[in-house]
Design a protein around this ligand. Structure first.
Ligand code: F0G
Length: 360
């Protein structure tokens, strides 16, 4: 397929999605994101490793949410809805606002005040969503919008809406369509746990259609201060620098546990320090700028490799293929990026001074 004819994930994967010829397709040509081989991460893990990065930051609004949103908003429109609502740590609201604008319907987003990255807030505002900031966290926002959608004529587009999961599972299809097989492992960050649910659903469907002959092992990573699934209990005041996954009571908790158990995988936690290390590693060493939450998938790989998790697989497999989802673009959170590096020094505007500073 030439890029020219690419028409978005609904068009590409129609037969696996709950759409019909009557569905008005609302698309910004999401999906079709690159699967980038990472020689450096592969090398760090070991000589038999092949690590690929599914760079979801290249979706139209800069995160993986667009895959689910194209389906959720198309279905809302098909069903005659005039408004959608979501709670968000930022990316869902950015995506919902853009697709609602495209569809010509109203969008309401409820966000934890002061806790979403600037780029994401800018997106919701510029796409003309009604942005409500609450003096509470994501979990509070989600329970409000759930109730709201039950009592008012507005469609919930958080991943509790099954159409979101349907759209997001297309990322698993793309991985398989690109690699020609399922990876041995699939690593991704876990927040509200919709994405791990969606990938697992996608892989299982491809398996049931005999597109793959084995399923991957799922590796999910939460941030340590926001790791309810790892701890086995909700966290009242989740804390992490990775605001996108600062969630204490994930909506798809049970589904994430199911993905872990059915695949024989793990859900583990990484510290903010480990997240920032991976965040900088990706940008400095591979030229890939992601947001901190996205780096949790790579941080997790580094961590479990050191702990010896892969040792038994190294014995059993001569090639270990890992796909790591990089969920969002680094430009979403420019303030964090500049806070993690040295600011440029200001010098006199002369060739001599510049040459001296750059040690040319
Ligand atoms: N990475 C990024 C960049 C995210 O924005 C999110 C979730 C996740 C990972 C975790 O995915 O929730 O499916 O487990 N962001 C949501 C939001 C909560 O509101 O934008 P998940």
């Amino acid at each position: 397929m030439s890029n020219h004819s690419y028409q978005g994930v609904i068009h590409r994967y129609k037969k696996y999605l709950p759409v019909s010829d009557r569905t008005p397709i609302v698309t910004l040509l999401e999906g079709n994101t690159p699967l980038i081989f990472s020689p450096k991460i592969s090398n760090i893990l070991g000589k038999n490793f092949r690590v690929y990065l599914k760079y979801e930051g290249l979706n139209p609004t800069g995160s993986f949410k667009d895959r689910g949103m194209t389906v959720a908003v198309s279905k809302a429109k098909e069903e005659g809805q005039c408004a959608i609502v979501c709670a968000s740590t930022g990316n869902t609201s950015a995506s919902a606002s853009a697709y609602a604008a495209r569809a010509g319907i109203k969008c309401i987003v409820v966000i934890p005040s002061g806790a979403i990255a600037l780029g994401k807030l800018a997106q919701a505002l510029i796409h003309n969503a009604k942005v409500i900031a609450i003096d509470g966290n994501f979990d509070d926002a989600l329970s409000i919008v759930r109730e709201l959608s039950l009592n008012y004529p507005v469609r919930l587009v958080n991943s509790l809406n099954p159409h979101r999961i349907e759209g997001q599972k297309t990322a698993a299809f793309e991985v398989v369509d690109t690699l020609g097989e399922a990876p041995l492992f699939h690593s991704l960050p876990v927040g509200n746990a919709g994405n791990i649910t969606a990938y697992w659903k996608g892989y299982k469907e491809y398996y049931s259609y005999s597109k793959i002959n084995r399923l991957p092992i799922m590796l999910g990573f939460q941030a340590k201060g926001a790791s309810p699934i790892v701890k086995g209990k909700p966290i009242k005041k989740p804390k992490t620098i990775a605001t996108a996954i600062r969630i204490g009571n994930p909506a798809s908790w049970q589904m994430a546990v199911k993905a872990k158990e059915e695949s024989g995988g793990i859900i583990d936690a990484v510290t903010d320090k480990e997240i920032i290390y991976a965040y900088k590693f990706l940008s400095r060493e591979e030229g890939i700028f992601v947001e901190p939450a996205s780096a949790a998938s790579v941080a997790g790989l580094f961590k479990i490799r050191k702990e010896g998790y892969f040792d038994r697989f190294i014995k059993d497999f001569d090639k270990i293929v890992i796909v790591c989802t990089l969920t969002g673009h680094g430009l979403k959170d420019p303030q964090l990026a500049v806070s993690k590096v040295k600011s440029p020094k200001i010098i006199k505007p002369t060739i001599k001074e510049v040459a001296k500073e750059t040690r040319l």
